[in-house]
Design a binder for this molecule. Structure first.
Ligand code: KIV
Ligand code: ZN
Length: 534
């Protein structure tokens, strides 16, 4: 890759779709990954690490699609230091105008002894072979000595030097287990800059985990020592306590330009929209008091603070809310807003929807406007998000439901589902609560039984008529699936999300299950069967 001509320009390498996505609770489907990749491009990141192609066919496909469809940033794919991984990564990223392979190999004594069972010599050989193989396929090669911060400094310098000789163009120094502290991490960078021959030809990169809450501080300390690529994720998602949060490290460099003298290519006004988009896609909410993008990050409650703010915002604010994309006034759409206003709003919120998807959002918007007086940005985001879920052909759709619950009564529900062949299926069940009862009826009608492992409901906006978003993660046959749905009625949102999961699972298994189970009442709706076939 070509080095930026400005020596103080930091390359932002985003690994939300790789290190972030592989962590629990953060999985995304292909549409969601593409949408996040487009958002990262709009945000101005320099490198998108799109996935780990050898990990699964789904990962391979998403890296290929991002490489084909997302133009501008470098698209990187991760590979262990072995031929199969490297070839798979090369095959995935080759579609990009600017592809990169990111090869990694653990170097610390603890990993050498217990994980790899390899000597120092074997590690050196493997690293050189891996970088060379990758370099035969792609010009831009990043090498990471995994667990670098716990590797003996002399050996780390040796591995890194060999990787440079073999053709690595970026050298990444991961603090894989979040063990480093700022002075220690800065000293590693200083040591490598001093002792590794040829290092000046490469970009030095930092990759920190947040186990001690120091990922951003460590990254900044390394940048101050001359590292010029920072690896990070939106909202800091990632393994265990997460990775360096992109929004935090970027705003620290910007707000304290006087101290660091560094710049990035990030359009900071898109930080909040991108953060919100990722929360929607993963169902993982940002903590209220999270720096930069948390709900409280710009809220002033104390009287003295409010007084100071009214006199001059800089008394208590070191950043302007608008600089991270927080607008004080949200344009509210309503019943009479037209298709054009909605389209503009969706574009402003950073979504890339097709005409067909926009039409569906418009229809849903009109239904919502009848149920709810004011429609906020978050409502529109929720409608747009629902278009990014997997587009599986639905076998069952919710026609109607009722449920009963209360102190001293047995919770129960009855549900009617439309089936793709035009039949309406009805059944009822008791359960542990109204939502459990609805799920049980859906199980009875469809013949599937999913194990719910995570279930969350949140208000999308505020006020008594706010939409509720239900997020469900469920397991079937050892495989996890996620779905979400929004409605002004949270039981309905939950039923729709659960049914969506059942449809996804059913799309993958045998069609015999389409035959009605004995206990289910059925009737046929004229016209539905024909519509279902079309
Ligand atoms: O944390 C780590 O070491 C990694 C490497 C693959 C760079 O994520
Ligand atoms: Zn990592």
């Amino acid at each position: 890759m070509t080095l930026p001509s400005d020596p103080n320009r930091v390359i932002v390498f985003d690994t939300t779709l790789r290190d972030g996505e592989q962590s629990p609770g953060c999985s995304m489907n292909l549409n969601e990954k593409l949408e996040i990749a487009l958002a990262l491009r709009d945000l101005g990141v320099d490198v998108i690490e799109a996935g780990f192609p050898i990990a699964s066919p789904g990962d391979f496909e998403s890296v290929c699609e991002i490489a084909k469809q997302v133009h501008g940033p470098i698209i990187a794919g991760l590979a262990r230091c072995n031929p199969a991984d490297i070839d798979r990564a090369a095959d995935a990223v080759k579609h990009a105008a600017r592809p990169r392979i990111h090869v990694f190999l653990a170097t610390s004594a603890i990993h050498r002894e217990f994980k790899l069972r390899m000597s120092r010599e074997e590690i050196l050989k493997r690293a050189v072979e891996g970088v060379k193989r990758a370099r035969d396929r792609i010009e831009d090669i990043e090498f990471s000595p995994e667990d670098a911060s716990r590797t003996e400094l002399d050996f780390l310098a040796e591995v890194v030097e060999r990787a440079v000789e073999a053709g690595a163009t970026t050298l990444n120094i991961p603090d894989t287990v979040g063990y480093a502290v700022p002075e220690h991490y800065a000293a590693i960078i200083r040591h490598l800059k001093k002792h590794v021959r040829g290092i000046e030809k490469c970009v030095l990169s930092v990759h920190c985990h947040n186990d001690l809450g120091l990922a951003v501080a460590n990254s900044l300390a390394a940048l101050k020592e001359g590292a010029r690529q920072v690896e990070c994720t939106i909202n800091g998602i990632g393994e265990r306590a997460g990775n360096t949060a992109l929004e935090e490290v970027v705003m620290a460099m910007r707000t304290r330009q006087d101290h660091y003298g560094l710049s990035t290519g990030i359009n900071t006004r898109l930080l909040l929209p991108t953060s919100r988009k990722l929360s929607h896609a993963t169902g993982m909410q940002v903590q209220r008091n999270k720096a930069i993008v948390g709900q409280n990050a710009f809220a002033h409650e104390a009287g003295i603070h409010q007084d100071g703010m009214l006199k001059n915002a800089s008394t208590y604010e070191i950043m302007r809310p608008e600089d991270i994309g927080l607008s004080r006034t949200e344009l509210v759409l309503g019943k009479h807003s037209g298709r054009h206003a909605l389209r503009q709003k969706i574009v402003d919120l950073g979504y890339h929807l097709s005409d067909e998807q926009l039409n569906k959002v418009f229809d849903a918007f009109k239904v919502l406007a009848d149920r709810k007086k004011d429609i906020y940005d978050a409502d529109i985001e929720a409608l747009a998000e629902s278009q990014l879920q997997d587009t599986v052909k639905k076998i069952w759709t919710l026609q109607a439901f009722t449920c009963n619950a209360g102190t001293g009564t047995l919770p129960s529900a009855s549900v009617a589902l439309w089936r793709a062949d035009g039949q309406i299926l009805r059944d009822a069940s008791l359960g542990d609560g109204p939502i459990d009862s609805v799920f049980k009826v859906i199980d009875r009608i469809t013949g599937f039984s999913l194990k719910v492992v995570d279930y969350r409901v949140r208000a999308v906006t505020f006020g008594g008529d706010a939409q509720g978003e239900a997020f469900i993660e469920a397991e079937y046959d050892g495989k996890k699936h996620t779905a979400r749905a929004v409605s002004t009625d949270i039981v309905e949102a939950s039923a729709m999300a659960y049914l969506d999961l059942v449809n996804r699972v059913a799309a993958r298994v045998d069609r015999d299950r389409l035959k009605p189970t004995d206990h289910v009442a059925t009737d046929t709706v004229p016209g539905q069967a024909a519509a279902a076939k079309s």
